[in-house]
Design a protein around this ligand. Structure first.
Ligand SMILES: CC(C)(COP(=O)(O)OP(=O)(O)OC[C@H]1O[C@@H](n2cnc3c(N)ncnc32)[C@H](O)[C@@H]1OP(=O)(O)O)[C@@H](O)C(=O)NCCC(=O)NCCS
Length: 146
């Protein structure tokens, strides 16, 4: 638990701090985050205490949502930050009618897969060679909300 952690909507002013935390390969650019924020179907939240510690981006259409990005600052991991972001986001989209949330994750990303499983996502399939650099399968996961 991080004292004083709050979840709030992402703003353009957060982008420099977010880019400093982007560790995934390939990392998103500032314009990709700005693009997400300009989407009417998109939703984005950040977790912050004295500094920004994590962020989540997703999209919703009717009763379905998809998580397209979630990341936590390395030295703040395993303290529940991603769980707070996920629970908060899924409560928000549930209130707007979403009943199923989907995502894709690299098959080698054991931390993320464990995180999603702990949060009741189940594997629904595999997309062979979905990712490039390095080429890798995507594991598709879903969670029923409510
Ligand atoms: C995946 C990620 C977002 C998890 O963030 P986090 O804030 O560390 O997650 P939490 O602290 O909320 O973890 C909740 C639970 O998930 C599981 N979990 C999280 N990280 C784990 C790891 N490295 N190994 C095994 N289980 C893990 C554990 O069950 C954990 O509970 P516990 O700490 O009580 O054992 C983080 O590792 C990250 O930013 N990774 C890089 C970006 C990324 O891969 N994003 C996902 C792309 S699909």
């Amino acid at each position: 638990m991080i004292p004083g952690l709050v979840i709030r909507p992402m703003s353009g002013a957060d982008i420099p701090e977010i880019l400093a935390l982007e560790t995934e390969s390939p990392a998103w650019s500032g314009s990709q985050f700005a693009g997400e924020m300009s989407q009417t179907i998109g939703w984005q939240y950040v977790a912050a205490s004295s500094a920004l510690l994590g962020y989540i981006c997703g999209r919703s259409v009717l009763d379905e949502a998809e998580i397209v990005k979630i990341a936590v600052k390395r030295d703040a991991r395993r303290t529940g930050v991603a769980t707070r972001l996920l629970v908060y986001s899924l409560e928000k989209v549930f209130q707007k009618g979403v009943r199923t949330c989907y995502l894709e994750v690299r098959s080698s990303n054991t931390a993320a897969r464990s995180f999603y499983e702990k949060n009741d996502f189940v594997v629904t399939g595999v997309r062979k060679n979905y990712y490039v650099s390095p080429r890798e399968d995507a594991v598709m996961m879903a969670k029923a909300l409510g």
